[in-house]
Design a protein around this ligand. Sequence first.
Ligand SMILES: [Zn+2]
Length: 428
Amino acid sequence: MKKKIYILFIILICVGLGLVYFVFGERKKPIINVSPDLIYTNAQKTFQVVAKDEGLGLKQLRVILKQNMKRITVLEQVFPAKTMTWSGEFKLPKLKQGPFELLIICTDRSWNNWGKGNTSLYVKKMVYDTKAPLISLVSKKHNLSQGGAGLVVYKVSEDVTQTGVEVGKYFFPAYKQKNGLYYCLFAYPYDARPGEDMPTITALDLAENKAKSGFYYHLNKRKFRHDKINISDRFLKAKMPQFQSIFPEEKDLLHLFLRVNQDLRAKNRQELRKIGLKTADHFLFTGQFLRQPNAARKASFGDHRSYYYQGQLIDKQVHLGIDLASLAQAPVPAANNGKVVFAGFLGIYGQVVIIDHGLGLQSLYAHLSQIDVQEGESVRKGQIIGRTGSTGMAGGDHLHFGIVISGLPVNPVEWWDLNWLKNNILDR
Ligand SMILES: [Zn+2]
């Protein structure tokens, strides 16, 4: 009898020890997370480490950087009991330019491994880079006009995530060519401030080091025309119903007009910037751009328009294309070779076709009554793409022709001029 109790006692102890080991010797490793998840980094980045344990809690964490034979501990933390999650930050110390290893070791309070606990290891190969890329200019003279275009050609010393030309609030992306050079078609925007908004080439490398480089240019300032436009009740009654569904809350036609002329115009400009990114990385066009034949110019690029209603000034906007009028529903030819990137209704432009010619360069044909092409279609210079009309914000039948660079309208006249094209674009 005594022997039986004795055996039972031993069994109970074993079960007890097993239970203790089961609870205190849990095998769930801590989980380590590091953000941001980068490979290339500069010295400015702050990294966040989050450690979690689902068992008995965290015990210790160390962040170590390994470069060549050197090991640098940048963070060491011993946790109080029952710390289930912890988060902390670290910055990189000064390292040598080039590869290094990020090592994070975290253990928990488990009795597993003869009391050493469960250990998680986070290893990541990274690159330390604090040097901005080097920009070297290849193109020379740059002759710009306010509202006009230019092309810079340059080299960048390393891989980049973004490069192009900044002018004031605008950014024009560059496109890498097969020869390794970057071509950037940019505008000196119609609303940029000469003397203040200088075109600057920028390049952001993989570690987010940003290089900036100015370049010599000559700017021809331009005076834009001023134009008075009288908004009649007849115009409001004829044109506003097509926009009612966009602003259903505007019951008054004049208010609706102002919403369209301001808010919808601004929204459509934003849409142009998105469409501007749908572009080929090389030029698709050849020679000068075609102007609608037998059409009279009714409004110019950059016209500063003042809108009047019953003798009162109600709005001011800038006209960013050229209005050409001929016969009603006249055929509209594609100004150059390219690919249709938009065909349909686009707010103030009405029925519109946008053709991409590469490097962000696009031509725009607005207020059409008929569209004969589809998105994705390649077109040749002179091919009829539709017919003129007065859809959108157009008083009468005409073609609003625009040239757009990465979403910003520029003066189309330059693109009709073979000499300008040769000197400023094609010879680069
Ligand atoms: Zn127009």
